[in-house]
Design a protein around this ligand. Sequence first.
Ligand code: URA
Length: 187
Amino acid sequence: MFQWKELYDECLNCSKCELCKNRNKMVFGEGNINADIMFIGEAPGGDEDRTGVPFVGKAGQLLNKALTALELTREEDYYICNICKCRPPKNRNPKEEEAYACLPYLRNQAALIKPKIIVCLGSVAMRYVISKEWRITRNRGQWIKRKGVYMMATFHPAALLRDESKKKFFWQDLKSVKARYIEIKNK
Ligand code: URA
């Protein structure tokens, strides 16, 4: 297991999969490294690849707006990163070999942060972090506890941009995350 600096450098110099060829910036993650909550997305999009910061594009802004309304901030309450640290071409889903090449970095991040709550944003993160058996429409909002960590999946914020009817479920799920967070803090 690497400490933060070495881990960051490993990711920066990574060439374990094809995605390294087209990256402008590696998108490592952002937020409080001692946070109780860890959000995990899929992979960087164009805005993230340009800036090196996760969830800064349209979908990210939507997520940030919802989290800000719940008074959850990157500075204090959560850390956010992705399954893949480099952008897939044309924002396609990461291939299985790309996700598996990158997952050890994510596991290392989680081992350093030791979050009490992990929230998967969308079906790709859900598949690799929680279960291949789960379906996002069926299992979103459902809590499981694994090795003492509460885990949940909700819709990816980009899905809300395509289908407004998902917004109410997304909001419901994030409120459940906030409730769990308060419960944990008061323990
Ligand atoms: N979508 C993701 O899954 N991650 C990002 O960082 C941006 C968009």
